[in-house]
Design a protein around this ligand. Sequence first.
Ligand SMILES: Nc1ncnc2c1ncn2[C@@H]1O[C@H](COP(=O)(O)OP(=O)(O)OP(=O)(O)O)[C@@H](O)[C@H]1O
Ligand SMILES: [Mg+2]
Length: 242
Amino acid sequence: DFSYTNDPQKLALKNVSFSVKSGETVGIIGGTGSAKTSLVHLIPRLYDATGGTVKVGGIDVRDYDMQTLRSEVAMVLQKNILFSGTIKDNLRWGNPAATDAELMTAARQAQADEFIQRLPDGYDTYIEEGGTNVSGGQRQRLCIARALVKQPKILILDDSTSAVDTRTDSLIRTAFKEEIPNTTKFIIAQRVSSVQDADKIIVMESGSVNGIGTHDELLATNTIYQEVYYSQTKGGKIADEA
Ligand SMILES: Nc1ncnc2c1ncn2[C@@H]1O[C@H](COP(=O)(O)OP(=O)(O)OP(=O)(O)O)[C@@H](O)[C@H]1O
Ligand SMILES: [Mg+2]
């Protein structure tokens, strides 16, 4: 359980229980306010569970040295932010020791390398405060690249590809699968296409787990998942690809 107010009557997360194997990809889907963000925030201890425990590698997150835990978990926040400085500075944020080659590998995996190379100053391009001189989708890809530079054991993307087209979104997920297979990935998304190929998908509703399963399992059994899926597909095609 988790409460923002310590009021046991007002739980943001209630009776949530699941386990994830190392290297798995977990999709999280659910309406606005269903507590998707609250759930993943418990992993690097942005908040602590008020009932029960969150364990990483079998160890209660509260028993980790905070710095150690956070160095292993990279999270792209829903309100992702870039700071003023070059693209290289921004990418090195989570790992100041990263080499240029490592920055480029991360950018390539996040499908950001191509547009970075096309910028007049490439990786030395200056990003304005808040990233206002790059597009929303470019900003999201830079934030994903920045998370990858940390080479985390756990990668959390909170609605991090909402402004990225579905094809590019798919290329990012392919890169995750092929190039960082041992990293455990949590992907919060509004689009079913972003979570469809996950090892398991968690359907959140009002702070509780409404269903857990693969795409096929949920499509056969979970009403919320069915509704979301069919609202996003037209004539068998994903609506925003059509
Ligand atoms: N910092 C906070 N303090 C108090 N209540 C909060 C806070 N953040 C979220 N909440 C509440 O917790 C509930 C779950 O919010 P959360 O942000 O986890 O939902 P979400 O599924 O991520 O929604 P969205 O899809 O809009 O991002 C909501 O009722 C919200 O109002
Ligand atoms: Mg959220």
